[in-house]
Design a protein around this ligand. Sequence first.
Ligand code: N0T
Length: 521
Amino acid sequence: ISLKAKSQNLSQGMPQIKYYGGNAELLVDGAPYLMTGGELGNSSASSTVYMNPIWPKLQKMHLNTVIAPVYWELLEPQEGKFNFTLVDDLIKSARQHHMKLVLLWFGTWKNSMSCYAPGWVKTNQKRFPRVANSAGGPEEIITPFSKEALLADSKAFSSLMRHIKETDSKFHTVIMVQVENEIGMLPDARDHSKLADEAFNRPVPTKLISWLNSHKDKLVPEMQKIWQEGGNKTSGNWESVFGKSPATDELFMVWYFAGYANAVAKAGKAVYPLPMYVNAALNAPGKKPGQYPSAGPLPHLIDIWKAAAPDIDFLSPDFYNPNFKYWNDRYTRPDNALFIPEHRFEDGVDAKAFYAIGHYKALGFSPFSIETDNKTAGEPLGQSYSVIQQLAGEISKAKHKGTIDGVLLSKDADTLRLQMGGYVLTVSHDLTLGWSPKTKDAIWPLTGGIIIALGNDEFYVGGTGLVISFKSVKDGERAGVLQVDEGVFVNGKWQPGRRLNGDEDHQGRHLRIPVGEYGIQ
Ligand code: N0T
């Protein structure tokens, strides 16, 4: 067998991200895998006894993927001595409950801090120096300029990846890994340690400059602006190329944070090349670098992250902020697949999952602290996930054909128009009909759905709380609804249930899935 054929055999079925025609999908065992996920609270996966009763609950919620932390401090309590018990337990439980795992590497950084570094790292500041604040004092953040820290983290991470390879490469229970967690500088935009100051005064790496040059027309507006204001300079130190400002401090930190995360990912991929991503704590509008976790994989910094971290498959947003659409728009790019590893587990996640997957072609969706008992958000999410799982095969096909969209509806944005198949669809919030007493409520639940066109005259609609009417795209031609069936997919096959006519389709005027109901028509 040729070397090439050999490496192809090895990678056959290996989880991987495939980018195509502006979209992306996660392939597992050669088939598209759409993640209906949930992320565990930070400390849950540190105890198997604590986790045991949780698994069946997650399975009932139609999760197919659990996002779970692996803690450096518990993996390598003493330097070079590894304990894989918790990882083994996660993998075993996931298999028992027919779920996949995305592992979170809580290594050098977790929400800016270095709280998950083992004691032997934390207590040896000489070997593992800290970020210094502007007053020169140490923060509890390991500096990305520490070669020793990078080496120690990379060694631990590649040991983890080796263990996963040895125990899981035939099963692919673990399908993806997040490297570090919400990297970012606080409370200063940049590190003022000696190592950092030295790097800050060195020339901007030519690798970055040539990347910026070759992507000139594709840079995000913020990057374009800061580079232009610096006069598009191609050499000099950071302040002479980008100007003296907190924004420059932030760019500088990105290059080193992203380089570090990339080196960790690369070391892990060299052992076992699972897809790897990083996640971002989103910045609140109006805040200056240093006031939010700065230099993380944020949209205004995406160019530097892409230039410095080619081994990271994509950057992901964590949602604890409003403006769901704005952030998703910025993270969905031909070179960046959208994956939502964290969304506050609150009302409306059920509708947002439809929207993220239908409209943004997200690889998956995942509320945070999914094991929390949350009846009002949990049960709807489970129903949403059931619909999404049933539709997964159709979603994947339609993504390739470009015949899918998703909608998110609220009291403020209750109607939108889409052209799909041979029709213009008017999609409205169910409560716009005024048929339910809930219409008078001050707040309407978020609703949403996924719409797939099968040729010109036929659609699948999966979702909750929406009404759709159809207009012909041809002038003067009136469109009528011929047939509406509700149904379910069983093993990917459509099984129609009731024919919905009369009141259910308003005597042929529309298709409707009422508020509080989840289904496919
Ligand atoms: C998230 C989670 C967990 C609008 C917070 C979000 C998780 C981490 N951080 O529960 O710690 O591990 O990735 C921080 C954003 C909070 C901002 C809230 C104000």
